[in-house]
Design a protein around this ligand. Sequence first.
Ligand code: GLY
Length: 421
Amino acid sequence: MNILILGSGGREHSLAWAVLQNPKCDRLIVAPGNAGIAAIADCASLDINDGTAVVEFAECEAIDFVIIGPEAPLAAGVADDLRAAGFTTFGPSKAAAKLEASKRFTKEICDAANAPTAAWARFTEAGPAKAYLQKVGAPIVVKADGLAAGKGVIVAMELGEAEAAVDDMLGGAFGSAGAEVVIEDFMDGEEASYFVLCDGLDALPIGTAQDHKRIGEGDTGPNTGGMGAYSPAPVLNDVVAKRAMDEIVRPTLAEMVRRGTPYQGVLYVGLMIKDGAPRLVEYNVRFGDPECQVLMMRLGAQALDLMQAAAEGRLAETQVNWADDHAMTVVMAASGYPGAYDKGSRIGGLDTLLETSSQMMFHAGTSESNGGIIATGGRVLNATAHGASLQEARDAAYALIDSVDWPDGICRRDIGWRALK
Ligand code: GLY
């Protein structure tokens, strides 16, 4: 099978690594990829948000199966273009990708499906939005309706912060993504993510994870795209997971079918869990990054079979082969991230790392330059490992981190603290 993966981050490196372990994969191309991906697969320069260009490329390369990594091409309808051209494609249609591309859409779906989530209201004018903030009070959550590169959600502990977020968003700080804001009640509890493959009607859970979104140890400081993750997440135990499926995921999928826009792909179900009761925080229409890295480390070669079964509508007859295992990934970021950071610093020690089926340094933001590897992003490397216990996975992941010679790199040293304490 010739396989094309769209994307260029640590998520796509881990997808490529898992797919290549499956003997069904004859040839793998990742577009555009990065320096780590280029060491294991062919990389191609391609505008992955341009459906016509992606279809032409897939035809030219005789691709049999396409896996779409990030949300932007999904929201742009690239999966629709590929399917219309006859390509088996993993990822939702543009209409179904609204579960991530519009916060208002997700809240409307939750209301229609009676799925537990925070109370909410939507606004396009600052005056009524601020009057609502005064009425509900802080803490409170302000979200830009559209895609804002992970920056469009403000959890405001004070009213002034919430009002400033409303002014920023409606004032154009996120372009058209902020033309409408959704204001939600603050939910307390412990956050975890549930990953569920969907083929329209059927759903198959493939794992749980917990991410560390803050830059600082002890979960402090500004939000990032995620500084590390581990799987499974103890708080999302079997009882909570069953409730999440019965009360949130299945009713959502049924509502999407009822609207004529069935959901196919992976559904990232962001949950707030309190006293064993899950409530929906958000949906994403793709694997999390870096959560995908720990899921792929645990699933290995079967990840390809599972994604193919979702794309072909065969989940009812598909099972996951579970192991009683754990995985952790630790993100190395460029100093300064998530604020301004320098690009181009040289990273040493990568060529001598011991990389095996249970430990890998996935690349998130790297390029090759003059025979070496340089940092080209905010989040740059994901040291990822697998073990019989979370402690074993942690020790192996940090041993990888400690083998890298990159003075400009930073990481948190407390990934997994909740589960390890
Ligand atoms: N790690 C959070 C996300 O992928 O959205």
